[in-house]
Design a protein around this ligand. Sequence first.
Ligand code: FAD
Ligand code: SF4
Length: 509
Amino acid sequence: MVSRLVLVLGDQLSAGLSALQQADKARDTVVMAEVADEASYVKHHPKKIALIFAAMRQFATFLEQEGWQVAYGQLDDPENAGSIVGELLRRAEQTGAAEVLATEPGEWRLISALKEAPLKVTILQDDRFIASHQAFETWAEGRKQLRMEYFYRDMRRKTGLLMEGDQPVEGKWNFDHDNRKPAPDEVTFEGPLRFDPDETVAEVLDLVEARFEAHFGDLRPFWFATTRAQALEQLAHFVTHGLARFGDYQDAMLNENRFLYHALVSTSLNIGLLTPLEVCEAVEDAYKEGRAPINAVEGFIRQIIGWREYVRGIYFLEGPDYSSRNGLGHSRALPALYWGAETRMNCLSKAVAQTKEEAYAHHIQRLMVTGNFGLLAGIDPHQVHEWYLAVYADAFEWVEAPNTVGMSQFADGGIIASKPYVSSGAYINRMSDYCKSCAYKVAQKTGEGACPFNLLYWHFLDRHRDRFEGNPRMGNMYRTWDRMDEAKRQTVLSEAEEFLTRLEAGEAV
Ligand SMILES: Cc1cc2nc3c(=O)[nH]c(=O)nc-3n(C[C@H](O)[C@H](O)[C@H](O)COP(=O)(O)OP(=O)(O)OC[C@H]3O[C@@H](n4cnc5c(N)ncnc54)[C@H](O)[C@@H]3O)c2cc1C
Ligand code: SF4
C-alpha cells in the first residue's frame, strides 16, 4: 500500500488527533516542521515561538516512543523549506507518499494553503472541541442574536457538566452574581507552577534567541509547560490551590500580582496538551468533593465549554474575512506604547510590561485595559488583532480573533458583544490597585492630570452616538452625558482630542 504523510501542526499536539487516529503507524509518516513562515507572519513573542517549538519536539519524541515514524524539520535544518506546504512537498518526494492526512488547522490562512497545495490533502474535522462546526451552525441557524449564554446552556446539557438530570446544579445556570469582586489585599495562591527548561527546551531557547531577537518580548525566564505531564501538573496545582477563589477574583488586577487566581492552562489547551473536557472534569470533581464552591467552578467551566467553544464557532461560521472587519471604521495606528514605549498610564504600562515579560495577561487586562484603550482611542482593529496574535503565547487565530475583533473592539458589528466593552477609569480603579500609583488622577474628569480613560470614554460615546444611542443597554450612559452642561461636554471633547493628537504624535502620554 502507498504510504501517506500525516501532518501534525504546532497546535495539534494531541495523541487523540483525528489525523493520527486515521493513520497507520506501519506505513505512514508523521510530518512536523518548525517553519519560518509560521513563526514570523506576525512577529510572535519569542516565548510563544519557544513554547510551540519545544512542545513540538517533546511531542515528536513521544510519537516515536509510540512507534510512529516522524519526519521532523527543525528550523535550522538547511533543507527546511520554510513553509508547511513546502515541508509536505519535501517529505512527499523523500518518502514517495501520494497523500496527506491533516486535521483542520485553526486558521483560515492555513486551511486555504492546504487546499491549494499541489498534493492530495484530506482535511479531517478537529474533534478536540466539544461543538463541531455543524453543531454550531445548527445552533446558530435562525437565531437573531448569537448569545453565548444560550449556547453555553446547550453545552452543559450536551456534556452533562454541573447538571442534575436536565437541570443545572444548585438551580441556576450562571453564578456570576457572586463573582467579580474587587482585588483582594492578599492573594493566597502562589501562582502557576514554573517548569525548569530540560535539555530539549534549553536547545530551543538558544535557537529562538539567535533567530528571533528582534521580536517584541522577553524569552527568559521560560517556564511554560511543554509536555502533557507538565500540563496535567499545572492543572492539578490550580485545582488544588487556586480554583476555590477563581470566581471571586477573576476580574481583579494587581500591580504586584500578575496571575491572581488564574489557571494558566490556555497555552496547554490551545496547543493540544490538554483536552477541554478533562480540564472541566477535574474542576467539576473538585466541586463534587466540596473542594471548591459553585460560583468558582461554574464560572470556570463556562469559560471553557461556553466562551472557548463559542468563539471558535463564530470564527468558523463567519468566514475568512472575520479578522479584517472594522464595524466602527477605526483607523488610528497602533501607538508605540503597545510595544513598550513609555506611558504615564500605569494600567497600560503594567499590562504591557507583563505582556512583554510573560507573553501572558489575564482576561480583564486584555479586555478592559489594552482592549478598552484601543477601542476608546479608535485604533485600527486589524492592527490591534495582529498585536494580540503576536504577543500572547496562547494566541491562535480561531480564539484570538473573535476575542479581539469581536468582543474587545466591536469590529464585527456586534455579533459577539451586545454592547462595546468600554469603561472610564472608574472601572479600572474599582477592580485594581493601578490607579493608586498612576501619574493621572482617576477621580478627575477634566483638566491637568485627568485620567485619559475618563476623557476618551465620553469621546467614544459621542462620536458613535448614531450607532449606540438606540442600544437599550447604553441608554443610561447617553442620559448621563446629556445631563452634563454643554461647556463641560465641550471641555471633555476638546481635551480628548488634544490627548489623541499627542498620542498620535508619539508623545509619552
Ligand atoms: C482581547 C482578548 C484577546 C484574547 N485572546 C486570546 C487568545 O489568543 N487565546 C486564548 O486562549 N484566549 C484569549 N483570550 C481569552 C482569555 O483572556 C484567555 O483565555 C485567558 O486569559 C487565558 O489565561 P488562563 O488560562 O489563566 O485563563 P483563566 O482565566 O484561568 O480561564 C480558564 C480558561 O478558560 C478559557 N477562556 C477564558 N476566557 C475565554 C475566552 N474569552 N475565549 C476563549 N477561551 C476563554 C481559556 O481556555 C482559559 O485557559 C482573549 C481575551 C481578550 C479579551
Ligand atoms: S488613573 Fe486612569 S490611566 Fe491611571 S491607572 Fe487608573 S485608569 Fe489607568
